[in-house]
Design a binder for this molecule. Structure first.
Ligand code: UD1
Length: 419
């Protein structure tokens, strides 16, 4: 891409990746046909569809209408294909529904993880509280329950999104009451709760940090529209600010981006909410802002690379703190190649104003880092090549096409190598 554009126009926000993958997993909770709409055209959805297919479901997707139907068998398989599971961490979301409904779930662990390691300890401990026996067998996490799971009170050490979702999906068919305390409050979890309720589940406290689930004997399939993707919406909003543009983010839910839009306003942007979305415009060099990532409603870690890219072209010094993941700053190395002035220290990064970012060849290490690098390339002088863009395909439908429609000088090279 060649930097120097001002993004202007309108972009339509699809359903959220982090919601739809869990809605798909939840379809395992009831035999019959689940229908999901606003399904984004992204790679992770394809992989999750393959996971469900290997468990015996029949998945049909109509890309033109964004609709997916999942026909779940009366007795789904227990073991997901390890190669597929290793490709997306979200596939761990099949654990709760499968053990809850069928009494057994087998999910391969990435790279020989052990139970008790940071990555899945809250999922495992929670399922054990519900009465499941959880072991590692040949690198596969196996959860079993001889009868129905038994409702219990569970306190999470940290409001983990994935653990909250797994325990919700395990609790809905358990005997008695399950309470998940210190639950994550992300809008995608409220969306999952809504879907489970439509399936016949009884959940109180939706949107809060204490979820009370009254187990039911069985659930029925439902039809549900996926909540819009707040991270995709936030990415375009930050792009509008960085390029001093003017973008209407149709179907964006401003109420899910409270602190993000507040920060963009503090940077000097004008944010107008209304008319089925919100509009972000900017006509000056952004002022620097400090950002601390936290579980929702804090600033989302999934917008960290994008906000660091913004700070790299802002005036003044900014301090960014990452509190959720420890490997996000890998992205900073690539941003340095574009001339950003920044220094990381532990989970902090200090970003100083650069006179001008300069195009270079950089590489995406994950989906959000890829988006951050593309935004940086849009304001860098000259040509920027972003490699490994298959990461971006995991979470952004039509990213290049959308940016081009907004005025960016960007193209995707054959072999999906550069954007
Ligand atoms: C989800 C999102 C991801 C987002 C993240 C935080 C999906 C598919 N992914 O990931 O985009 O960045 O929420 O908003 O929805 N942890 C443990 N033990 C556990 C579980 C988690 O230590 O049992 C740690 C993780 O290592 C991480 C932190 O808790 O440091 C947050 O993880 P979690 O909230 O579970 O994120 P995910 O569900 O994996």
């Amino acid at each position: 891409m060649t930097g120097g554009c001002q993004l202007a126009g309108e972009v339509l926000i699809p359903g959220a990746k982090n919601s739809v993958l869990k809605l798909m997993a939840a379809s395992l909770l009831a035999p019959g046909v689940t229908t999901l709409s606003a399904v984004p055209e992204i790679l992770d959805v394809d992989v999750m569809a393959d996971v469900l297919t290997t468990l015996g479901a029949t998945v049909h997707r109509d890309v033109a209408t964004g609709t997916m139907t999942i026909d779940t068998p009366v007795t789904p398989g227990a073991a997901a294909d390890p190669d597929l599971v290793r490709r997306i961490r979200a596939s761990v979301a099949i654990l709760g529904p499968l053990v809850g409904r069928c009494g057994e779930a087998r999910v391969a662990l990435p790279g020989g993880d052990a139970i008790g390691s940071r990555a899945l300890d809250m999922h495992v401990n929670g399922l054990r509280r519900l009465g499941a026996v959880v072991d590692i067998e040949d690198g596969v996490l196996v959860a079993r329950s001889s009868g129905r799971l038994q409702g219990a009170a569970i306190w999470l050490d940290f409001p983990s999104v994935g653990a909250t979702e797994n325990l919700l999906m395990a609790g809905v068919l358990a005997k008695g009451t399950t309470v998940v305390d210190n639950a994550a409050r992300e809008p995608e979890i409220a969306d999952l709760c809504q879907f489970l309720t439509e399936m016949g589940a009884r959940i109180e406290g939706i949107g809060g940090s204490t979820l009370v689930i009254e187990g039911v004997d069985e659930l029925r399939p439902a039809t549900h529209e996926t909540v819009p993707d707040r991270i995709v919406a936030g990415t375009y909003a930050i792009g509008a600010v960085m390029t001093r543009g003017d973008v209407f983010i149709r179907n964006g839910r401003a109420e899910h981006l409270g602190i993000v839009l507040e920060k963009l306003s503090a940077a000097g942007a004008i944010v107008d909410v209304g008319g089925d979305g919100f509009r972000v415009s900017m006509d000056d060099r952004p002022r620097s802002i400090d950002v601390v990532t936290l579980p929702y409603p804090g600033f989302p870690t999934d917008l960290l690379p994008q906000i660091i890219a913004l700070e790299a072209v802002s005036q003044g010094v900014s301090l960014i703190t990452e509190n959720v993941f420890d490997s996000r700053f890998v992205f900073c190395r690539e941003l340095l190649r574009l001339g950003a002035q920044l220094r990381t220290d532990g989970h902090h990064v200090v970003v100083r104003p650069a006179t001008q970012l300069v195009g270079a060849s950089v590489s995406a290490s994950d989906v959000r880092a890829g988006a951050g690098l593309v935004l940086a390339g849009l304001v860098a002088d000259g040509i920027t090549e972003v490699h490994e863009v298959h990461h971006i395909d995991r979470g952004y439908a039509g990213f290049v096409e959308n940016l081009r429609a907004l005025g960016a000088d960007i193209r995707r090279e054959r072999d999906a190598v550069a954007a």
